[in-house]
Design a protein around this ligand. Structure first.
Ligand SMILES: NC(=O)C1=CN([C@@H]2O[C@H](COP(=O)(O)OP(=O)(O)OC[C@H]3O[C@@H](n4cnc5c(N)ncnc54)[C@H](O)[C@@H]3O)[C@@H](O)[C@H]2O)C=CC1
Ligand SMILES: CC(C)CC(=O)C(=O)O
Ligand SMILES: [Mg+2]
Length: 361
């Protein structure tokens, strides 16, 4: 059976990290006898440069036709002067919406051998960190009405509307409860219900959905407290469910306590098996083209693709075990290195992981 994968390399470090993930997938293909067909399409800044638009129609069509999408990252200073609708980031938002990918899973796991890369004290890490952030991905303030050139209290004003409907909150809450049922059985719903009406609706809907999951513990937490609690005692969290913007911000924070933003993968899912898989970080223009970016978040995103879209659990596990083994042997990219470790570049890290595949399965 041929599995079709749309590939969007994107901008900045996007091409370097995607090339690494594709090499890993090619090794999986060879080792397990699968057939992956990679179809490269443009989105983001690189698409603007070639076609004048961030998300060409052809890209949307190919992504819809394929079984999954693998994406690097989009954006960079070169395109920062463009208006909102024409920016590279708009491609990503539109693609998530076009493909109906409303649930973004961002697992933040601390690898035993990476404790030294976490900025937290050892005593806070003794029980490890294993949090699954479930971020709502096609609603909220990133998709609400926006406006510019308004007359404000003190001159020109702009606005972005945070809006959630019951159905949008219900479906993301269900995803979170289903995931928690297969983990430690706790959901922390994060909002700002002491201030925002949309958060009060969020909180009441999540509370209602919880009635269908009597074995799951539900806790509500305000987002400002949550940002603090993640640092104070990350082990208190199992599954976090939250809005688009809060999830975007809190998952970057969660990534750092597990060592680096270069470690966190993500899966964006909808109703079917199709998904989009991408690291949680951006295009990191400050380090692009230098062979120093950490490819692990993207490689682990490819593993999530094998698991969630193609049900290839053993293959996904073999990639995750290979990553773990390479880290255990002390190899580190610059973002996660510390004294006594073996510093390697993007390509070398990818090669080390590929060499472990098969050996580790
Ligand atoms: N999913 C996407 O395509 C996203 C795109 N962006 C875009 O990326 C551009 C840069 O945004 P920033 O705010 O700087 O966020 P960023 O995530 O690209 O970078 C933040 C910091 O983390 C470092 N970093 C990120 N990924 C890394 C990796 N794999 N290995 C080692 N270090 C890594 C960068 O060097 C930088 O110092 C912007 O244009 C932004 O809009 C930002 C977030 C997500
Ligand atoms: C549209 C993206 C740039 C938003 C983001 O930062 C993310 O999805 O992580
Ligand atoms: Mg982000």
């Amino acid at each position: 059976m041929i599995i079709n994968i749309a590939v969007i390399k994107g901008d900045g470090i996007g091409p370097e990290i995607i090339d690494g993930a594709i090499d890993v997938l090619k090794k999986v293909e060879e080792y397990y006898g699968h057939r992956f067909l990679f179809k490269e399409v443009l989105a983001g800044g690189s698409a603007i440069d070639v076609t004048g638009e961030p998300l060409p129609k052809e890209t949307i069509q190919v992504c819809k036709e394929c079984d999954a999408v693998l994406l690097g990252a989009v954006g960079g200073p070169k395109w920062d002067h463009l208006s909102g609708e024409l920016r590279p980031e708009k491609a990503l938002l539109s693609l998530r919406e076009e493909l109906g990918l409303y649930a973004n899973l961002r697992p933040a796991v601390l690898y035993e051998s990476l404790k030294g890369a976490s900025p937290l004290r050892d005593e806070l890490l003794s029980n490890g960190i294993d949090i699954c952030v479930v971020r709502e991905l096609t609603g909220g303030i990133y998709f609400g009405e926006k406006g510019r050139n308004q007359k404000g209290k003190l001159g020109e004003a702009a606005y972005d509307v945070e809006i959630y409907s019951v159905g949008e909150v219900e479906r993301i809450a269900k995803v979170a409860f289903e995931i928690a049922a297969k983990r430690k059985g706790k959901v922390t719903s994060i909002d700002k219900a002491n201030v925002l009406e949309s958060s009060r609706l969020w909180r009441s809907v999540v509370t209602n959905v919880a009635k269908q999951y009597v074995d799951i513990e539900l806790e509500h937490m305000y987002v400002d407290n949550a940002a603090m609690q993640l640092i104070r005692d990350p082990n208190q969290f199992d599954v976090i469910v939250t809005s688009n913007m809060f999830g975007d911000i809190l998952s970057d924070e969660a990534s750092m306590i597990t060592g680096s933003i270069g470690m966190l993968p993500s899966a964006s899912l909808g109703y079917g098996s199709k998904g989009m898989y991408e690291p949680i970080h951006g295009s990191a223009p400050d380090i692009s083209g230098k062979n120093i970016a950490n490819p692990i978040a993207t490689i682990l995103s490819a593993a999530m693709m094998l698991r969630h879209s193609f049900k290839l659990e053993e293959e996904a596990n073999s990639i995750e075990k290979a990553v773990e083994a390479v880290l255990r042997e002390g190899y580190r990219t610059a973002d996660i290195t510390s004294a006594g470790m073996k510093l390697v570049g993007t390509k070398e890290m990818t090669k080390l992981i590929i060499n472990k595949l098969g050996v580790m399965s």
